[in-house]
Design a protein around this ligand. Structure first.
Ligand SMILES: *Cc1c(COP(=O)(O)O)cnc(C)c1O
Length: 394
């Protein structure tokens, strides 16, 4: 169970193991159990009354498969503690309820589900929620007021891949006694470590890069032992634990996360560079391109630029629809972070509910296509985009 912080992330995660079994398996077995037997009532009470470590009931989070996963998740973000959840939204909702009750200030664009949670549910519970556009980040000081608030944001954000300055925002938030939570789903812990930059809480939809194969739904929170402890009862009583089987599947995925992310980064850069040269592509949004508005900030706070690329074709909504519908390798699907490449049209998916004016205010245009670049050969992905652009534009 030892955690050697001098090791790199790949070594650390490949050798992350809860315990050695008697058969010498290199990996732990899956503990598909909901409950645990005790020798006697005294031993049971020792665990219930916190005198001895032990497992009592899986929904409480005490399950060896879930604990092994959490140890790996903590390692990846260099965090003291990690909590695993049944989905990204479970991790986000438990964190907001545990640490955001005095008020939440959001900066920039948010994942649709998070936005809905904040607008429909947090406000219904009487939690004050304040939204700032990225350009309004200078007003953060004015919105914080009393200590105890939570500043919440995503970087890179969907679908413009806009970058927010984690260290800069954390400095201001901390001056006002606020905590900082960053949704690090788009970057992954290999490309960006918000805790190192000054954030207090890091969230992931593990459904995306951490899982990496579009075959599981899970979420994660990485933070200090103290801040995690405050979230544990919310997770337990809201019933947000993931199944031990899913935990084991996610632990399996984490072993290849560092190598997968390296290839996502490389493929995305190749696609972004090729699309920049295409006459029918008006704009390419990719943090790794020197011409990208937030490139310098991205280069400063990220170790890699990620697998998400957004292109804007030189045409209207019908043109971007035609490109999406003519792609063969890219699957027309929401979500991201899997080994297979996906395409989605923000105006038809993530931002479908907004009016065209509201979309424009958020920088979402009809010609935009969001690409989740997978692990196929990048030449094949570029050839697929080229043939779809040719078909759409004749
Ligand atoms: C998908 C996603 C979520 C929600 O995660 P689920 O696992 O679907 O609950 C939250 N934040 C971001 C940035 C996402 O992409």
């Amino acid at each position: 169970m030892s955690q050697d912080n001098t090791q790199g992330p790949a070594t650390g995660i490949i050798h992350n193991r809860h315990h050695r079994d008697s058969f010498g398996s290199p990996y732990s077995p899956v503990y598909n159990t909901t409950t645990y037997q005790f020798e006697n009532t005294e031993a049971l009470l020792d665990v219930i009354e916190d005198r001895a470590p032990g497992h009592l009931y899986t929904r409480w989070g005490t399950n060896p498969s879930i604990e092994e996963l959490e140890q790996g998740l903590a390692r990846l973000e260099n965090a003291e503690a990690a909590l695993a959840f049944a989905s990204g939204m479970a991790a986000i909702s438990a964190t907001l309820l545990a640490h955001g009750r005095k008020g939440i200030v959001c900066v920039g664009d948010l994942y649709g589900g998070t936005q809905e949670l904040l607008v429909n549910h947090c406000q219904a519970l009487g939690i004050p929620v304040h939204f700032l556009f990225k350009e309004e980040v200078g007003q953060l000081t004015n919105t914080l007021g009393e200590p105890g608030k939570l500043v919440y944001f995503e970087t890179p954000a969907n679908p413009n891949l806009a970058i927010l300055d984690v260290a800069g925002i954390a400095r201001i938030a901390h001056q006002h006694g606020a905590l900082v939570a960053v949704d690090n789903t788009f970057a992954s812990p290999i490309n960006q470590q918000p805790l190192e930059l000054g954030a207090d809480l890091v969230l992931h939809s593990a459904t995306k890069y951490l899982g990496g194969h579009s075959d599981l739904t899970a979420g994660a929170l990485m933070t200090s032992a103290e801040l995690a402890a405050a979230v544990v009862p919310w997770r337990k009583n809201l019933g947000q634990l993931l199944a031990p089987e899913t935990a084991a599947l996610l632990s399996r995925s984490l072993r290849t996360l560092p190598v997968r992310i390296r290839q996502h980064n490389e493929n995305a850069m190749a696609v972004a560079q090729a699309m920049e040269k295409h006459p029918k592509v008006r704009r390419v949004l990719y943090p790794g391109l020197p011409g990208f508005a937030d490139h310098e900030l991205a280069a400063r706070q990220m170790k890699g630029f990620g697998g998400m690329v957004t292109i804007e074709v030189d045409g209207d909504r019908a043109a971007s629809t035609a490109v999406a519908d003519n792609l063969r390798l890219f699957l027309l699907a929401t979500s991201l972070g899997g080994v297979e490449s996906l395409v989605s049209q923000p105006c038809a998916t993530s931002h479908h509910g907004l009016s065209p004016e509201e979309r424009l205010k958020r920088g979402i245009t009809d010609g935009m296509l969001r690409l989740s670049i997978g692990l196929e050969d990048s030449e094949d992905l570029i050839a697929d985009l080229n043939q779809a652009l040719t078909k759409a534009f004749g």
